[in-house]
Every structure is written in structure tokens, then in C-alpha cells.
Design a protein. Structure first.
Length: 418
């Protein structure tokens, strides 16, 4: 009886894990895919929208936190060796769209598509590289120790043959100089980070590889997605609609990558990890199935035009590191969403409500089957981030996000007020 129960219980799980499994008579004929994909399938084209038909529109930037359970289909699987060949995370298909010349999607450094990335730039983001801190006690001079021995980062790099541009501002802020420390003390951490990256890029061009730590990019390193889109009211359809414009993955930076590696090496038996949080939620080392995330039972699946509920992970840890709230979200790259729609329409995410009917990534984004938080809207102040004018207060930042959402929703409601 127990064996019969086990077979009946497992049959629904197994029969939908591979394509045509119910009709296969030999194990050698089992296809190692979850769904037969039509390679010629095309997504439904966006309708043409005349500017004269748009009564109002708002451009918003949202952050999709992959630590929230409802967003797991965009994150998993991170270990692709455990699943069928057609199951990959969203980041896999975005990189494929950029690197495959047959698809030809262009990657950009910015969400306005004014600064295109070359292929070597894309390859560079798939490898973590950091200057070694160096330890004087080992008797070997490496990494940043060269700069301190010389007394100047610029002097040492010039001795190796690097030619500094004369018209760049970052050249005046040597990372070990008093000017750079003063920049950090003044709270301009974003500029200091950008300058530090410029210096490290200069060092990587002329310094040997033994001065650097290296690590490979993993799918699990992606923490968030940034989504730029336009909400507009179409007077012909008499409806508020949403059109995704740009999509960009956010991964942990090199410093965090190596810190986590060192932490896992020094504490391999630890079952918990420190939690990093910012003004719009928190995330652990990787999303856990048993985390306590509040999700509305009817939220992301019902309507394609409704805003999703904004939520914040309420979990916290006493050993959480200090968070720089002035740090902006920085995407690894940006893609123009219509350019990757064809591939995403043929790429499927796991559907835990019906394993025989996986859902395409294109449908997930366009139907807004995810939870996201507005962190910026187009505004007269150079599209500044919410955290730029509401700092050090996560609750007020979330309330400001709600205010922006309600402003757009109320504009639609006012269309029907008499």
C-alpha cells in the first residue's frame, strides 16, 4: 500500500518534468527537456501607439528583488547541472542574447542607450577582478602594497608605462591620497566608487595578474533586476497600459564577492549568512525556500495592468553590515527589452502552479507577474533616485514609492470621474 501511494504521489511530479514522458515506451527515448519549444515562435507584436493617443505617461524605474519568493522564477535555477537543458535563469538568456551574433542584442552601460558596450566589456563583467590588499608580513610585495611603497598610485602606474588622460577628473583623486579620503568623508560615496573603479581599471592594464584576485561570475551572483518602463493612458483603448523599455541585472560587486568567498571558506559549517539590506528590501547569500516572505495569494497572477504589491523582507540580522544608502543601483548592463523578446518568448521559467505549462520570460515581464518597487521616476531633478532626497529612512522611501504608484493610479481613475 505504501509503495502504491508513493507511485501515485510521485507520478504528477515526474510526468511533467520531461517532454512526452507519458507516451515514451523506452527509457532510451526520454527527452531531456521539460517542454517542446517552437524555435519559430514569435511573441505578440506590440501595438502601434500614436503620440496623439497618449493622454498622459510616466516613466518609472523599478527594482525586482530576487530574494522575494514571487520573483524566484527569474532567479532559479542557479545550478543548471541539476535540471533539464531548457531550464535556465533569466540572466542566462540575457547574456545569450548579447553574445549570440544571430540574435544581435546590443548591451549598454546606461538605460538611455547612449553608451554601447563592446563584446570585451561583456566578457569582462563575467569575471571578478580585484587588487590584492597585500600582507606585509609575508615578505612579498603585491597588489596595493606597491602603491604604498611608492607613495602614489599614479607614480607607480606611470612607472609601468600607463599614460593617464589629462582631462579626466578621476586622475586628481589618487586612492591613497588625502583628496580621495576627503571625498569619502564628504559623503560622496558614489563618485568615490566610480573613481576607485577607474584606478583599478588602469592598474589592471599594466600590472601583472599575480597582483589580483580572480573569481568567475555565477548565475547566483545576480541579486536584483532593474526595469525601466512607461505607464501610459491610451485614449483609444481607454486603458492604462505598461510597456517595458529596458532591463538590467544587478550582481554583487567584486568586494562583496570576495568577502563572501572568504566568509564561506572560514565558516564552512555555518548554516546562516549575514543579511545585506538597503532601503528597498534585503537579501541573503541566496534566496531560501523557507524564508518568511509576505505574498498576496492573488497578487501577481490576476491582472496585467494592476500594480503589484510592494513588499519588504521583514527579516533582519543583528550582525548585518552597515549599508551605504547613497549607493545607487548599478546594472551589469542594460538591454532594450524589445530586442530580446524573441528569445525570451522561447525561454521558459518554472511554473509551480502547473508544471505542464511553463511560462515564458517575455510573458512574465509584460504581464507583470513579479513584485517590484519603484525607486525612481522621471522628474525635473535629473531623474534623481528616491534615496537621494529621502535618506536614512527606509519606511519613508517605501511610502514615497507608494505615493508615486498611487499618483499614476489616480490619474487613471480621474479619467472616469464626472
Amino acid at each position: 500500500m505504501k509503495k502504491l501511494f508513493s507511485v501515485l504521489f510521485l507520478t504528477p511530479i515526474l510526468c511533467f518534468s520531461q517532454a512526452n514522458l507519458l507516451n515514451t515506451k523506452s527509457s532510451f527515448e526520454i527527452e531531456n527537456v521539460s517542454k517542446q519549444v517552437d524555435e519559430d515562435a514569435k511573441p505578440l507584436d506590440y501595438e502601434y501607439v500614436s503620440d496623439d493617443d497618449i493622454l498622459f505617461s510616466f516613466t518609472t524605474w523599478e527594482v525586482i528583488d530576487l530574494n522575494q519568493r514571487v520573483n524566484f522564477p527569474l532567479y532559479y535555477p542557479t545550478e543548471i547541472s541539476f535540471v533539464s537543458a531548457d531550464r535556465r535563469p533569466l540572466i542566462h538568456y540575457l547574456l545569450q542574447a548579447i553574445e549570440d551574433p544571430l540574435i544581435g542584442a546590443q548591451a549598454y552601460f546606461d538605460h538611455n542607450f547612449t553608451d554601447p558596450m563592446e563584446l570585451e566589456d561583456v566578457n569582462r563583467i563575467r569575471e571578478y577582478k580585484r587588487l590584492k590588499k597585500g600582507i606585509d608580513a609575508d615578505g612579498i610585495t603585491e597588489g596595493e602594497e606597491h602603491f604604498y611603497e611608492t607613495g602614489s598610485t599614479k607614480t607607480y602606474l606611470e612607472s609601468l608605462g600607463y599614460e593617464f588622460p589629462e582631462d579626466e577628473e578621476w586622475v586628481n583623486y589618487d586612492p591613497i591620497s588625502d583628496e580621495f579620503l576627503e571625498l569619502q568623508r564628504n559623503g560622496d560615496n558614489e563618485t568615490a566608487t566610480l573613481y576607485k573603479e577607474q584606478w583599478e581599471a588602469a592598474a589592471s592594464e599594466v600590472m601583472p595578474d599575480e597582483n589580483f584576485d580572480f573569481a568567475e561570475f555565477d548565475y547566483a551572483d545576480v541579486r536584483k533586476y532593474l526595469l525601466k518602463g512607461i505607464w501610459y493612458f491610451d485614449k483609444k483603448a481607454t486603458q492604462l497600459k505598461y510597456r517595458p523599455i529596458a532591463l538590467g541585472p544587478v550582481a554583487m560587486d567584486a568586494e562583496e564577492k570576495f568577502q563572501r568567498q572568504n566568509s564561506s571558506d572560514s565558516q564552512p559549517s555555518s548554516s546562516s549568512s549575514s543579511v545585506e539590506s538597503d532601503g528597498f528590501g534585503a537579501f541573503d547569500d541566496e534566496p531560501e525556500d523557507n524564508q518568511d516572505v509576505a505574498i498576496s495569494a492573488d497578487s501577481p497572477d490576476e491582472s496585467s495592468d494592476d500594480f503589484d504589491a510592494f513588499s519588504e523582507d521583514s527579516s533582519s540580522a543583528s550582525d548585518s553590515p552597515e549599508v551605504d544608502e547613497d549607493k545607487e543601483y548599478r546594472a551589469m548592463f542594460w538591454v532594450f527589452f524589445p530586442e530580446v523578446r524573441d528569445l525570451l518568448h522561447r525561454s521558459y521559467a518554472f511554473n509551480d502552479k502547473n508544471m505542464s505549462k511553463p511560462i515564458s520570460f517575455d510573458h512574465i515581464i509584460n504581464s507583470r507577474r513579479f513584485s517590484a518597487t519603484i525607486y525612481k521616476e522621471a522628474n525635473v531633478y535629473q531623474d534623481r533616485d528616491i534615496r537621494k532626497y529621502i535618506g536614512k529612512n527606509s519606511l519613508m522611501q517605501l511610502l514615497e514609492s507608494e505615493r508615486i504608484k498611487e499618483k499614476i493610479r489616480n490619474m487613471e481613475q480621474d479619467m472616469w470621474s464626472y
